[in-house]
Design a protein. Structure first.
Length: 398
């Protein structure tokens, strides 16, 4: 890992010791001796109707398999399915599609190679064509990748030289190429601008956000729901990276469907966009056209937003969420359809990662066990296919 990327990883989590190892939440000097995490990067991904996890260098995926996104023949078992890769996997990325059964998966291995498989009608696999694949296929990049994100038919990779490359669906300008509407889908990676100072990227539905050194936040693509944070409620497309405000202390961003959220270096979180279900976590359901702080919490370690809900891990090791709960994705009682304030999910305090899927949520504990809640119609939450919906976290047997 490059020094730039290692520094970012340290900022994005609890901090680093002198060897660059990431410390567990709540391990400040003067407290109890720190517990060193076994991983320093994302090991969990949640898409539209499938999810993936990396444990001990092995990738497993589960859920919808209609387009080969589980790395097996189309329409096969819902998993969890171990996927054969050429090298040890470092990070997964699970993307959805503009169809109910659409989905693709990309992986990043320890050598910086990116492999993708699943649906490819928009070129989201980055293989230079539009042919679907059920086995991992190498994406040709000019340098090793250090981070990877996928979403609705779009994929992006941050390379070791700090350049940003994306591919796939481009109707809304989410590839940031400065072209005109409707944009042409790109089945092979294209560079976003000419800058070599990108340190973070997140792909959403119709829009993308990223961070450039030393911490400037940019978003581009569809702005029909104020999800680009530009201060305007006018529906529009911004087809090149546009800076969000003037602050330079952003360290993490998560682009969803109609909502985007980002975390600052002081571990406060800000969200913007539309939020009929309260996904901004600011206590009401009013939209915000510029970043609005999630109140009363200043110890966020990570944040993840998707279609109508947002979750994050706090320094205490707790998960807190806001937004839609109709499918049980907040692990709240069945009678609660939405929560506009951040509330704690469950009672455990040993979480290290959470990912918001479309109508479900998955999280990883310090022991690397994976737990999910919410919509399970495609098996994305539970190994038990008879469970349609869960409002409690269920362990996925990997």
């Amino acid at each position: 890992m490059t020094r730039t990327r290692l520094a970012l990883a340290c900022l994005a989590l609890a901090g680093c010791n002198g060897s660059g190892e990431v410390l567990r939440a709540g391990s400040d000097a003067g407290e109890n001796p720190p517990v060193v995490l076994q991983q320093t990067e994302a090991r969990l991904a949640a898409g539209q109707s499938h999810a993936c996890a990396v444990v001990a260098g092995k990738l497993s995926c589960w859920g919808n398999s209609d387009t080969g996104q589980l790395g097996a023949p189309v329409g096969g078992d819902t998993g969890p399915r171990a996927i054969q890769t050429t090298g040890a996997v470092r990070a997964p990325a699970a993307g959805g599609g503009d169809r109910a059964d659409g989905g693709h998966t990309c992986t990043l291995d320890t050598l910086g190679n990116v492999y993708c498989f699943g649906a490819n009608d928009r070129g989201q696999l980055g293989t230079g064509d539009f042919d679907a694949r059920s086995t991992p296929s190498l994406v040709a990049l000019r340098a090793p990748a250090v981070d990877l994100r996928t979403s609705f038919d779009t994929s992006c990779a941050l390379l070791a030289d700090a350049s940003l490359w994306c591919w796939g669906y481009n109707w809304e300008g989410q590839l940031g190429l400065g072209d005109t509407h409707p944009g042409t889908d790109r089945p092979a990676p294209v560079q976003i601008g000419t800058e070599s100072d990108w340190v973070f990227v997140s792909t959403g539905q119709g829009h993308t956000c990223g961070i450039r050194s030393p911490g400037a936040l940019y978003c581009w693509g569809r702005n029909t729901a104020m999800n680009l944070g530009q201060g305007s409620a006018e529906p529009q497309q911004i087809r090149s990276p546009a800076r969000v405000g003037s602050d330079s202390d952003w360290v993490e961003v998560s682009a969803g469907q109609s909502t985007s959220c980002a975390r600052k270096r002081n571990n406060t979180v800000y969200c913007w966009g539309s939020q009929d279900s309260g996904a901004l976590g600011v206590g009401d359901t009013m939209p915000r056209s510029t970043p609005a702080r999630v109140p009363n919490i200043d110890d966020w370690l990570s944040i993840s937003t998707n279609t109508f809900h947002t979750c994050g891990v706090r320094r205490s090791g707790e998960i807190w969420c806001a937004g839609r709960n109709t499918e049980g994705q907040l692990a709240a009682p069945n009678t609660v359809d939405s929560i506009p304030n951040m509330q704690r999910m469950g009672s455990d305090a040993d979480w290290v990662e959470v990912r918001a899927g479309r109508f479900f949520t998955c999280a990883r504990k310090l022991d690397n066990s994976v737990w999910c809640t919410g919509d399970n119609r495609d098996g994305q939450v539970s190994n038990d296919p008879t469970v349609d919906r869960s409002n409690v976290l269920l362990q996925v047997k990997l």
